[in-house]
Design a protein around this ligand. Structure first.
Ligand SMILES: Nc1ncnc2c1ncn2[C@@H]1O[C@H](COP(=O)(O)OP(=O)(O)OP(=O)(O)O)[C@@H](O)[C@H]1O
Ligand SMILES: [Mg+2]
Length: 239
């Protein structure tokens, strides 16, 4: 028997009002993996993550986390179960300090000592956040805000981290830094589902990938195989 995937979507359909956006998505993410979903604007990548997080209700199909259905479970419970989403555009709390943002990330936890420990780990991983812990989140640079968004999510001790376009709007040097951190986070045992328009970088980072086209998965393979596939190269890698 193969082990139960950490996350599994089975023929998921959902949308907004009369419009169906996801037209039967099936995918799985195994514990320890980095899985990426690439696709053009409007394909339904964000909608997929929001459906897992419980922010967009599932219409038909199933979302299973550790074999358990997430249908109808409120978003904050899903966070407590170990699934944490970093939304597109990072949405840290702009009027809270860096330190307060990190504290908010740990708010679902009761273990004070563990929280203090993880705060120290965040500062170790992101020295810039230690330097700027008293600064308001909204005044950080884009790259610093992305670091804060990742650090804040990690404060919830997620088992599965959902990332929506972490490279968006960042300078290339900062993007490499962010992806390097994501690899480290994964090595520390956090499973990642990474949605990205920067397909090349995403496929270089991930173990496996899915291609989403207007609400349907059209390809899935090892990330290296997708990188080498002429159809992926033509459509997403600009070569
Ligand atoms: N709240 C909403 N109400 C109505 N339609 C929506 C809503 N959010 C998204 N959509 C529509 O659903 C489709 C998929 O959007 P989604 O944000 O999931 O795409 P995406 O793949 O993340 O795109 P991008 O790469 O631009 O972020 C789009 O046609 C979008 O207009
Ligand atoms: Mg999106």
């Amino acid at each position: 028997m193969p082990e139960t995937p950490l996350l599994e979507l089975r023929d998921v359909r959902t949308g907004y009002g009369p419009i169906e956006v996801l037209k039967g998505i099936s995918l799985e993410v195994r514990e320890g993996e980095i899985v990426t979903m690439i696709g053009a604007n409007g394909a339904g990548k964000t909608t997929t993550l929001m459906t897992v997080s419980g922010l967009v209700p599932l219409r038909t199909g199933a979302v299973l986390y550790r074999g358990e259905s997430l249908a109808g479970i409120p978003p904050h419970k899903i966070v407590e179960m170990g699934v944490c989403q970093i939304p597109e555009g990072r949405r840290i709390f702009p009027r809270l300090t860096v330190l307060e943002n990190l504290e908010m990330g740990g708010f679902i936890r009761k273990d004070r000592a563990g929280i203090a420990d993880d705060m120290e780990k965040s500062f170790h991983r992101f020295p810039v956040l230690r330097e700027r812990q008293a600064q308001l989140g909204g005044t950080l640079s884009g790259g610093e805000q992305q670091m804060l968004a990742i650090a804040r999510a990690l404060m919830a001790r997620p088992r599965l981290l959902l990332l929506d376009e972490p490279s968006l709007g960042l300078a290339p040097l900062i993007v490499s830094k962010v992806f390097e951190i994501l690899r480290e986070v994964n090595k520390d045992g956090v499973t990642l589902l990474l949605v990205e328009q920067h397909a090349k970088l995403a496929l270089k980072t991930a173990h496996r990938g899915y291609v989403l086209e207007t609400g349907r998965i059209t390809m899935s393979d090892a990330a290296s195989a997708l990188l080498a596939d002429p159809r992926v190269q033509d459509a997403y890698l600009g070569s």
